[in-house]
Design a binder for this molecule. Structure first.
Ligand SMILES: Nc1ncnc2c1ncn2[C@@H]1O[C@H](COP(=O)(O)OP(=O)(O)OP(=O)(O)O)[C@@H](O)[C@H]1O
Ligand SMILES: [Mg+2]
Length: 342
C-alpha cells in the first residue's frame, strides 16, 4: 500500500509543472474573487490538497494503463497471441487496442510472407539442383563409359556421343530458362514494345517449329490471318511465348495436331494455340504456371521438360498486361490463349 503510494507520488512528478501552474491559477482566482486576504492561506491549502490528491489519483490511473500496455507488448514479444482478437485492453484504451491489433496483424502477415519467400527460394534451389543433376550425371556417365573403352566400339560410340549432346542441349535450355526467370524477377528484362504485322510473324514462328510436328507425325497449322493486321508487343518475347505454347502443344499431343487461331475483336486480337493432346486435369490447371510444376513429372522429363516454360510465358504476358487462359479436357485436348492490343 505504502509502496504503491510512493510509486504514485513518483509518477506525479511528471505532472509537477502542470500541478503548480493549475494550483497557482486557482489560488489567484479565488484570492481575486474573495478579496479577503485572511482566508487566502486556508483556501490555498485546501486547493493545493485537492489538486494534489487528484493528481495522485490520475497518476495511478495512468500508471495502471501503461502497465496494461506494457503487458500486451511483452506478450506480443513472447509470441503469446495466436490471433489479434486475443489482445484486449480496457475500454478507455479501445482506440489503442485497435491500433495494436492492426500492427499485430501486419507484422504477422509480413512474417508469414517472408517465411513463404524463404520456402519458395529453398524449393527453387532444390529444384534447380535436381534438374541440373540429371543431365550432368548422364553426360558424365556417357563420357566415362567412352573413356573406359567404349570409344573404340563402333556399335555404341556415336550413339553415346549423340546422347551426351542431347543432354547438353537440355542443360543449355534449362540454363536459358533460369537466366530468363532471374532477369524477369530482378526486373532486368528489357521489353521493347512496338506495332508489328501479325500474319508474317506468326507464320514464320509456326514454320520454324514445323519439323517438331513432322517428327511426331502430327499436323501444325496456322489459320489464315487478315493481311495488314497489326498488334502491339515485344516481338522477341512474344516469340518465346508462342514457342513455349506451341512446343508444349506438340510435346503433349500424340495424334491429331496443333492449330493456331487468331480472333479479331475491336481493340484486341486473341491468339489461340489449340491441340488434340492428352489434356490437363482440371484441378491442376491453376498450378501449371508454377515454376517446375509438371502434371506428370516422369512423362514431362522424358519429353525434355523442366516445368519452367509456362512460368516464363505467364511473366512475359503479364508485362504485356495480358494473361493466358486455359481450357482443357483430359484425353481430348487443350487450348491456351492470350490477348494482344491491336
Ligand atoms: N498443351 C498441353 N497439353 C497437356 N499438358 C500440358 C500442355 N501444356 C503444358 N502442359 C502441362 O503443364 C506442365 C507445365 O508446362 P511447362 O511448359 O511449364 O513445362 P514443361 O513443358 O514440362 O517444361 P519446359 O517448358 O520447361 O521445357 C507440363 O509439364 C505439362 O504437364
Ligand atoms: Mg513447356
Amino acid at each position: 500500500m505504502w509502496n504503491e503510494l510512493k510509486q504514485d507520488i513518483s509518477y506525479s512528478k511528471f505532472y509537477l509543472k502542470e500541478f503548480l501552474i493549475f494550483s497557482a491559477l486557482i489560488i489567484t482566482l479565488i484570492t481575486f474573487l474573495i478579496g479577503n486576504f485572511d482566508k487566502i492561506l486556508i483556501t490555498s491549502l485546501i486547493v493545493f490538497s485537492i489538486n494534489f490528491l487528484s493528481i495522485i489519483y490520475l497518476s495511478r490511473k495512468r500508471r495502471n494503463e501503461l502497465a496494461e500496455i506494457e503487458k500486451i507488448i511483452t506478450n506480443i514479444r513472447n509470441n503469446f497471441y495466436e490471433v489479434a482478437d486475443e489482445i484486449i485492453l480496457s475500454e478507455n484504451l479501445s482506440s489503442l487496442e485497435k491500433a495494436i491489433k492492426l500492427m499485430f496483424e501486419k507484422s504477422k502477415n509480413d512474417i508469414e510472407y517472408m517465411r513463404k519467400l524463404q520456402r519458395v527460394r529453398s524449393e527453387f534451389i532444390a529444384n534447380v539442383s535436381h534438374e541440373l543433376r540429371t543431365p550432368i550425371f548422364a553426360i558424365q556417365g556417357y563420357i566415362e563409359t567412352l573413356l573406359n573403352g567404349a570409344i573404340n566400339d563402333p556399335k555404341v560410340n556415336v550413339n553415346f556421343l549423340e546422347k551426351a549432346v542431347h543432354h547438353t542441349n537440355n542443360l543449355s535450355n534449362l540454363l536459358n530458362d533460369l537466366i530468363n526467370i532471374s532477369m524477369i524477377e530482378s526486373g532486368e528484362m528489357q521489353m521493347s514494345f512496338r506495332y508489328f504485322e501479325l500474319a508474317p510473324y506468326l507464320n514464320s514462328v509456326v514454320e520454324e517449329l514445323k519439323y517438331l510436328a513432322e517428327e511426331k507425325n502430327i499436323s501444325l497449322n496456322c489459320q489464315p490471318i487478315r493481311e495488314g493486321l497489326q498488334v502491339f508487343g515485344d516481338k522477341e518475347r512474344l516469340k518465346q511465348v508462342l514457342n513455349n505454347l506451341i512446343q508444349n502443344a506438340i510435346k503433349y499431343t500424340e495424334k491429331g495436331g496443333v492449330e493456331i487461331l487468331v480472333e479479331e475483336e475491336k481493340k484486341f486480337v486473341t491468339i489461340k494455340v489449340k491441340d488434340t493432346g492428352i489434356g490437363i486435369p482440371e484441378d491442376q490447371i491453376s498450378r501449371i504456371f508454377e515454376r517446375f510444376y509438371r502434371v506428370d513429372k516422369a512423362r514431362s522429363r522424358a519429353v525434355g521438360g523442366t516445368g519452367l516454360g509456362l512460368s516464363i510465358v505467364k511473366h512475359i504476358l503479364e508485362a504485356h498486361n495480358s494473361k493466358v487462359e486455359v481450357k482443357s479436357t483430359l484425353g481430348v485436348g487443350s487450348e491456351f490463349s492470350f490477348k494482344l492490343k491491336k
